[in-house]
Design a binder for this molecule. Structure first.
Ligand code: CIR
Length: 413
């Protein structure tokens, strides 16, 4: 708890005043995105990085002007690496002997000797053969070009929402679905375990980024909405499956952090990779949704259930209406459903450009990309204050204001 009386780490809702948020400023990793590697790295286009950085700074300014403390992952990781134990842990997680065989030891020594800021920059931004301070040996090195990556760039750190998510009094480290994003969670784990700001703080770790059980299952933060009042809404999507949600629900129920998890099933396609690409909460009683997908989603409620032997289980009940279930969970008569703007073509375009992916700063105040004019106008007509930021560069990796932010302290409803 800081002097402002707000818990450092507690996210009690989707729309209560946003107090602290984690962002990642566009960096070296995006400079290494090319037409030939962008698909593997889950981007649809390359970015004009300088402009993306300016636009991202404008986003951070909006947050600060509204009283939100902005933390940057690059800074936190660099500060974390000042601790020798943290540095050893990160390097041992990132570099296995199996992967780097012939020059593993030399690489460990080279990275271990870097300044923290430089090491953080390369862990996120990648390291090329040309940047190695030694001549690597072995077949891989003999066959590699100077521009090949020894450490791959991780441009999707821009989308801070996904590798970890704060849910009530704890954090979920995601089990990421795509190899291009697997390594991100090492950095988040290191920060939450070792950084002085987090290391001695009192919070739960709901999931630790492991593969869950015999069937490897995955979950990402973009699928998790902390709707409040003891409820969490989770998407079963291209990235998140039911095993991980079952486990998350059980962990939340064990600590009485939540009473209900509502799960919805999305089509498994890239345009709707996470729930927050088609649905975000914008006010105490309102959601902004892409109806073509959301209207067809099946929904289930998960609640804690204690058996005769006293063991905690999870009871699953199918819901007939997602929005009735949400109204019930939020103690409302009904919720308002605000849809993507424009005709059918424009709505599909605006969904693709993250028109529904809004970051709510307080009830009824959202940050949105400027380009989604029809959706933004519709929100304004419904009484929502829309603060716009430029989206033409930042949106090229398919993420909006919500995707680019990881709230770590937020008030309740
Ligand atoms: N929550 C989100 O929807 N995040 C957007 C992630 C975009 C990133 N390029 C990805 O494909 O994982």
């Amino acid at each position: 708890m800081k002097g402002d009386g707000i818990p450092d780490f507690h996210v009690a809702s989707e729309v209560g005043a946003l107090r602290r948020v984690l962002l990642h400023r566009p960096d070296l990793s995006l400079q290494r995105l090319t037409p030939s590697n962008r698909h593997r790295l889950l981007f649809d286009e390359v970015l004009w990085v300088r402009r993306a950085r300016e636009d991202h700074d404008a986003f951070a300014d909006v947050l600060r002007e509204r009283g939100t403390e902005v933390l940057y992952l690059g800074d936190l990781l660099s500060e974390t690496l000042d601790d020798p134990a943290a540095r050893d842990w990160v390097l041992s997680e990132r570099l296995s002997e199996a992967q780097y065989g012939s020059f593993h030891g030399e690489l460990l020594r080279a990275l271990g000797g870097m300044e923290s800021a430089q090491l953080a920059e390369h862990l996120i931004g990648g390291l090329t053969v040309a940047e190695l301070p030694f001549r690597p040996t072995g077949l891989w090195a003999a066959a590699a070009d100077e521009t090949d990556f020894v450490l791959p760039p991780l441009p999707n750190h821009l989308f801070a929402r996904d590798p970890s998510a704060w849910i009530y009094g704890g954090v979920m480290i995601s089990a990421m679905a795509h190899p291009a994003r697997w390594r991100e969670t090492v950095h988040l784990k290191a920060v939450y375990r070792f950084h002085p700001r987090f290391a001695n703080a009192d919070f739960h770790t709901w999931l630790d980024g492991e593969a869950h059980g015999p069937v490897a299952s995955t979950i990402e933060g973009g699928d998790v909405l902390v709707v409040g009042n003891g409820t969490v809404l989770v998407g079963l999507s291209e990235r998140t499956d039911g095993h991980a949600v079952d486990l998350l629900a059980r962990r939340l129920f064990e600590k009485n952090a939540a009473r209900r998890v509502i799960a919805v099933r999305l089509p498994r396609v890239r345009a709707y990779m996470h729930l927050d690409t088609v649905m975000t909460m914008v006010d105490r009683d309102a959601f902004c949704v892409f109806p073509e997908v959301v209207d067809r989603m099946k929904a289930w409620s998960l609640r804690p259930e204690v058996d005769d032997g006293g063991a905690l289980g999870v009871q699953v009940t199918e819901e007939s209406s997602l929005f009735d279930a949400l109204a019930d969970a939020l103690d409302l008569d009904r919720v308002r459903v605000l849809t993507t703007g424009g005709d059918q073509y424009q709505a599909e375009r605006e969904q693709w450009d993250d028109g529904n992916n809004l970051l709510t700063l307080e009830p009824g105040v959202v940050v949105a990309y400027d380009r989604n004019v029809d959706t933004n106008a519709r929100l304004q007509r419904a009484g929502i204050e829309v603060i716009t930021i430029p989206g033409s560069e930042l949106g090229r990796g398919r993420g909006g204001a919500r995707c680019m932010s990881c709230p770590i302290a937020r008030d309740g409803l």
